[in-house]
Every structure is written in C-alpha cells, then in structure tokens.
Ligand binder design. Structure first.
Ligand SMILES: NC(=O)c1ccc[n+]([C@@H]2O[C@H](COP(=O)([O-])OP(=O)(O)OC[C@H]3O[C@@H](n4cnc5c(N)ncnc54)[C@H](O)[C@@H]3O)[C@@H](O)[C@H]2O)c1
Ligand SMILES: [Zn+2]
Ligand SMILES: [Zn+2]
Length: 405
C-alpha cells in the first residue's frame, strides 16, 4: 500500500510499504477515505518529538471503511468509522475512569521504558506518533490497523460526508476538552491563544459551553477571520500588546479562563521567545512556551488555565510564583477522545459546530510531502489539509464533489 512516512527532520515521503494485517482478535483493518494533517504532525516534522524512526508511517486523524475484522471486533465489514487518535483498551484502571489517553495497556512493553523514564510513567498509545507512544503505524495511508476496534471507532451514518465527521478523530474533541477544562461559567470571558484548528474548535466549544465572550489571539489574517466567523473577538499579537489589550477588554481584571492552543512552538520575537529559540537550538531546552507564560500572566486572579497543546519536557522561565500567588487552576492533557465522541457526533448532527469552513485544501495522499511543507511554511493560506488516498498526484476535489460522491 501507499503510506506517508517520516524520514527525518523536514523529510516526509510517500512510499510503498507492506499492507497491515490483523494481529489481535480485537483489531480491524480500515481502508482510509480521509486523513488530516495536524499541528501535532508539525512537531514531528520539525523534529521535536523523540522516538521517531525513519520509515515510520505517520497520521493520527483518519477515517475509513472497515474491510476486515478480528474475531472480537464489534465492527462489521463495510461500516464507515472515524477512529480516535488515542489507542485505549477500554478495560484498565485509567480507561475505566474514562481517562482514555492514559491507557496503561495500549503502549506495548518494548516501548514503555523510554517513555516511563522521560515522563515518570509510561504514556498511552497513539497512532503515528513515535515509539514513546507505542510506535503504531498511522493512518496517512491506504490502509491502517486499528487495535481495540471494539472500543474506539465511531460508526458514521451513510448520509454524513467525511468532512463533517473526520475531526471527531482529534481536533474537535481536543478543542472541546480544552474548553471543558477551562471550567467555563455563564458570563465568563475566555481568552484563547492560537487560531489553528485546535484553537478554532476551542472557540466554538467555549461559546457552546456558555462563555459570554471569547477573545482569540493569533497573527495570521485568514485564521483570525475564521475565529471571528465562529464568534470570537480577535487580537493580532503583532499589532497590540496582548496583556494590555486583555486587561482593557476585561475592566482591568483579566480573562476568567485562558486556553493555550499554541504549544511548544510559539512564534514571535518577544525577548523570552528569542531566548527559548536559542536554547532549544542548543538543546538546552525542549519548548518555546511564550503563549503559556503570557496566558498565566494575563489570567485574572483565581482564574483557570487550560493546556490542550503539546509540550516536550521541561519549560524554562515558567511563571510558577505568578501561578501560585494568583491562585490559578491548571488543567491539561492529551484528549480522552473516546469520552466525548458520542455526544459530539450528536452535536454535529444538530448543527452545533461549523465542521468544514476551516478546511482549506483537499489533496492526494501522493502529495503529502508538499502538503507538509505548505502546512509548515504557509499557515495563513493552509488552515487545515485533508488528504484523500486514491486520488492521483496533483488531483484535488471540491467540497461539492465530496458531498455528492
Ligand atoms: N491534547 C491533545 O490531545 C492534542 C490534540 C491535537 C493537537 N494538539 C496540539 O495542539 C496544538 C495546536 O494544534 P493546531 O493543529 O491548532 O496547530 P497549528 O500549528 O495550526 O496552530 C497553532 C497556532 O498558534 C498560533 N501562534 C503561534 N504563536 C503564537 C503566539 N505567540 N500567540 C498567539 N498565537 C500564536 C499560530 O499562528 C497558529 O495559528 C499543537 O501543539 C498540537 O500538538 C494536542
Ligand atoms: Zn491531531
Ligand atoms: Zn486502557
């Protein structure tokens, strides 16, 4: 089959690799119909995620048609399903608590040790995301093996187009959990750093959860325009002093909740970010957490800070004193996708979310190398890319062709 493989920093290729096979009775094999590139894939592309090996098949946002099932899968051949990026057994201590991304069984024993050494405890499993999370082949491919297929996959009614549901695999539940973790109360003002796909779903989620006002921060005009379209007031951090602006917009007290949807690769030329950049290049630090620092400083006393985004390790100049003195609450984590998919599918069917206007490009899987480069270099123009296996190189499809397919 054809698959997108990681070959090193800024090196992605599309190769012919062996087809996946059922290895456990709970497995299923999907023929992938749509798969998206995520901000998390940028961290792989930029070489910040340890435990990648040349040739690893990437991709953790995908959906497709079931073509083969193991004896204990609950799926049926022919069903269309969206698959959570988190791989979870459904039976361990953590899964029983619905903390699916912490599953203690999904990361195979041979890859647990390094992850345990780095994090204190072994991480859960995820598709296409390095050997610290199990080394599972990802779904940017013609076919993919789905472990624990009786737990994760969401069966999709035939009349719902791929684009309406694909993001149930990750960025919709991630934006939703980010807003849930912000403990929003009616009347709250919520500030959200980063208007990438995660930020854009966090904006929609915060408003649905009762925020009176959402203030979204980024600098790409196209992304800020989407944020405004979804109901946020917007700030361009290259044009205003973000903290002063947030104070002014909240009567001097700061937002009730702040959500960091930027993560380990903050842009910008503030002093702290330039120092981070140098330290990361010299391998003296793992992250550029400028947005998170700013969120902690901007948040009102007694407020909440939600961190859905990926960080690599030890953050430098972390404002711990400010966090404590202001009495802030922090909630964080990889998304417990399976916890939310049922409710979110229903909300999509009820028209609560705009699922498609953030998709800027549909492209062939064969064009993945170019698409990764564009996703990295042209973030204004490329707001979300969906890859379609089966299209010829250079071929694309329009939304209306997809809806009437
Ligand atoms: N918790 C999870 O399970 C989970 C799931 C999916 C994605 N993620 C993480 O979420 C993050 C965002 O993903 P995405 O797909 O939206 O990525 P993205 O790269 O498209 O979006 C990041 C956005 O942040 C903006 N930004 C950069 N510096 C900024 C600053 N200083 N102030 C304000 N905005 C700034 C960028 O312009 C960009 O629009 C990534 O770190 C990704 O790894 C986490
Ligand atoms: Zn993702
Ligand atoms: Zn489990």
């Amino acid at each position: 089959m054809r698959a997108v493989t990681w070959q090193g920093r800024h090196k992605i290729s599309v190769d012919t690799v062996p087809d996946p096979e059922i290895v456990n009775p709970r497995d299923a094999i999907l023929q992938v119909t749509s798969t998206a590139i995520c901000g998390s894939d940028l961290h792989l592309y930029d070489g910040y995620i340890p435990g990648m090996r040349a040739g690893d098949v990437v991709g953790h946002e995908f959906m497709g048609k079931v073509i083969e099932v193991g004896a204990q899968s609950s799926l049926k051949v022919g069903q269309r399903v969206v698959v959570p990026f988190t791989i979870s057994c459904g039976q361990c201590f953590f899964c029983e608590k619905q903390q699916f991304s912490a599953c203690d069984n999904a990361n195979p024993s041979e890859t647990r040790d390094a992850s345990e050494m780095m994090m204190g405890h072994a991480m859960g499993g995820a598709f296409g995301y390095a050997h610290l999370t199990g080394g599972y082949a990802g779904g940017q491919a013609d076919y993919v093996r789905v472990p624990y297929s009786d737990i994760g996959p969401v069966v999709i009614p035939d009349d719902m187009p791929d684009d309406d549901v694909l993001f149930l695999s990750d960025i919709l539940p991630t934006g939703w959990q980010a807003a849930v973790n912000a403990d929003i109360e009616p009347g709250d003002t919520v500030a959200i750093w980063g208007c990438g796909p995660v930020g854009l779903f966090a904006i929609q989620s915060a408003l649905l959860l009762g925020a009176e006002r959402v203030i979204a921060i980024d600098h790409f005009p196209a992304r800020l325009a989407l944020a405004r379209r979804y109901g946020a007031d917007i700030l361009d951090y290259t044009q205003v002093n973000v903290r002063e602006a947030l104070d002014e917009m909240t009567g001097g007290i700061g937002p009730d909740a702040c959500i960091d949807c930027v993560g380990m690769e903050s842009h910008g030329f503030t002093v702290d970010n330039v120092v981070d950049r140098v330290k990361v290049q010299l391998m003296l630090a793992t992250d550029r957490p400028h947005a998170l620092r700013q969120a902690i400083l901007a948040c009102r006393k007694g407020g909440r800070v939600s961190i859905p985004v990926v960080y690599g390790g030890f953050a430098d100049k972390f404002p711990l004193g400010q966090l404590m003195e202001k009495g802030l609450t922090i909630k964080s984590g990889q998304t417990h996708v399976q916890r939310y998919t049922g409710d979110l599918l229903k909300m999509i069917q009820d028209g609560k979310f705009d699922m498609t206007s953030l998709i800027s490009h549909h492209a062939s899987l064969e064009d993945a190398a170019d698409m990764y480069r564009n996703w990295h270099d042209k973030q204004n123009e490329y707001t979300k890319i969906v890859l379609k296996p089966g299209l010829a190189k250079g071929e694309t499809v329009t939304r209306s062709q997809l809806e009437h397919a």
